[in-house]
Write a protein that binds this ligand. Structure first.
Ligand SMILES: Cc1cc2nc3c(=O)[nH]c(=O)nc-3n(C[C@H](O)[C@H](O)[C@H](O)COP(=O)(O)OP(=O)(O)OC[C@H]3O[C@@H](n4cnc5c(N)ncnc54)[C@H](O)[C@@H]3O)c2cc1C
Length: 421
């Protein structure tokens, strides 16, 4: 069930992040779903960890004898190629339902037809608070397989997908939407699955309806097909709404922390002096959802620039925009994650890791020690996971603002992650 879609390698997805919509019902971090790992170090030694310490036939339990060493290869995210090759894993499987998911169509115009025991519900709420209330009740009632609070512009991406005109079509639709409409129509998508039986599905549907009615939500039509959870046919459109991958940062933490992070990001984006550099999200919340039945929340902070404005060969190119985007990503978005205490998962992949490590209990010290121990000749993906640090240091050090450096120092000093409360 990797977040990157059903086409990716389960092993690779596990060792990059392993977070996705289905994490609502299961262990939220792929490390905790691992049973056994066989690992070849950059020096060529072979180690077996977790259940595999008991021998090759032992795939079925979480830990072997002694301390669990799998954490050496995987925290919230992992080494991104910088620590040898994992040759075998055993990971937990979770029951879904027995009916077949049938694909239909070709390429980006394909989808899965959902069987009777899987149903999508689209719901809108008049306020963010009423939506949060319903989410909390859904988690408390332990119903649903996916609970996903999607930004309003994703609806227009979904409607525009499938051909070369996707970008223009999207802008046309989204430009007609007003901030007032967005504010009164917070979108929640819930997938209900009858894991044990059709009767379970029907029970969960009834509970969902009661919760939504009580919170003042409205059910909207929902196509009973899937394009972006089991199969990622429209992932390119979803991740590149404006033709540019607008990922700034993201994290997983408790619900209160995630709420605060989103709140600050919305305000900051609205007050930003170069607001027109990015897609106007019209005051909507960044994408977020509960994992582990609501014990933790996931959120991603997006700033989507129009690809025409960042392309020096395009007539609409805007000098200076790339510098501003890099500063926004590296300093403004990352500063929020650090200050609220979110556990960011893009460090080492998108964000410079060594830079903010002092604000995260200096964990780079351990990474350097482990690297020295297992990869003294730096054979595995040389430079990783510190390549984003190198890119910023060598190509655009101005992306790290003075305020960002101050914020790192403040968080490092404590008392707790810089938060006096
Ligand atoms: C647009 C986009 C959206 C994404 N959304 C999500 C998401 O929602 N959730 C999520 O979890 N991920 C997400 N990802 C990341 C995604 O999980 C990975 O791209 C994908 O799962 C990796 O699978 P792959 O088969 O392409 O592996 P690769 O890209 O080949 O490998 C992924 C990583 O694992 C390492 N690796 C691969 N094989 C091994 C091995 N044998 N031993 C040790 N390390 C290895 C690689 O060095 C690399 O760092 C997204 C990526 C993109 C581009």
């Amino acid at each position: 069930m990797p977040g990157g879609g059903g086409q990716v390698s389960v092993l690779a997805n596990t060792f990059i992040l392993g977070a996705g919509l289905f994490n609502y019902r299961i262990e939220f971090v792929s490390h905790r779903r691992l049973n056994g790992v066989e690992w070849v170090t950059p020096q060529g030694e072979v180690y077996r960890m977790g259940s595999l310490v008991q021998g090759d036939d032992n795939w079925y339990w979480r830990d072997g004898l002694g301390p669990d060493a799998t954490g050496l290869l995987h925290g919230l995210a992992s080494w991104a190629g910088g620590m040898g090759i994992v040759t075998k894993i055993s990971t937990r499987l979770y029951p879904l339902q027995p009916q077949k998911l049938e694909p239909e169509g070709i390429g980006s115009n394909s989808h899965l037809k959902l069987p009777a025991r899987v149903r999508w519900y689209n719901i809108t709420f008049p306020t963010e608070e009423s939506c949060r209330k319903a989410m909390y009740e859904i988690e408390r009632a332990r119903i649903g397989a996916i609970v996903n609070r999607v930004p309003a512009y994703w609806r227009d991406i979904a409607k525009s997908h499938g051909d070369l005109a996707v970008r223009n079509d999207f802008w046309q639709r989204w430009n007609q939407t007003t901030p007032e409409q967005v504010a009164q129509s917070r979108v929640l998508r819930v997938m209900v699955v009858g894991r044990a039986s059709q009767a379970q599905l029907e029970y969960e549907e009834r509970v969902l309806m009661d919760i939504v009615n009580e919170a003042g939500g409205t059910f909207r039509p929902a196509r009973q097909t899937d394009e972006a959870s089991f199969l990622a046919a429209n992932a390119a459109g979803m991740w590149k709404a404006t033709g540019f991958f607008g990922e700034c940062d993201g994290g997983i933490e408790n619900p209160k922390c995630a709420d605060k992070t989103r709140e600050i990001y919305i305000r900051k984006l609205q007050e930003y002096e170069h607001k027109s550099d990015f897609l106007d999200q019209k005051g909507d919340s960044p994408w977020y959802m509960p994992f582990g039945l609501g014990r933790v929340y996931y959120t991603e902070l997006h700033g989507w620039p129009d690809c025409a404005k960042v392309d020096p060969d395009d007539p609409q190119f805007q000098p200076g925009i790339v510098d501003r985007i890099l500063r926004w990503r590296t300093s403004e978005a990352e500063k929020i994650i650090m200050q609220t205490g979110m556990q960011g998962f893009f460090l080492g992949q998108v964000q410079p890791m060594r830079l903010t490590s002092p604000a995260n209990q200096h964990y780079h010290i351990w990474m350097d020690r482990l690297k020295k121990e297992f990869d003294p000749k730096e054979l595995a993906a040389p430079g990783q996971p510190f390549i984003p640090d190198r890119l910023i240091n060598e190509l655009y050090p101005e992306a790290v603002t003075d305020e960002m450096r101050e914020a790192i120092k403040k968080v490092e000093a404590g008392p707790w992650m810089g938060n006096p409360e």
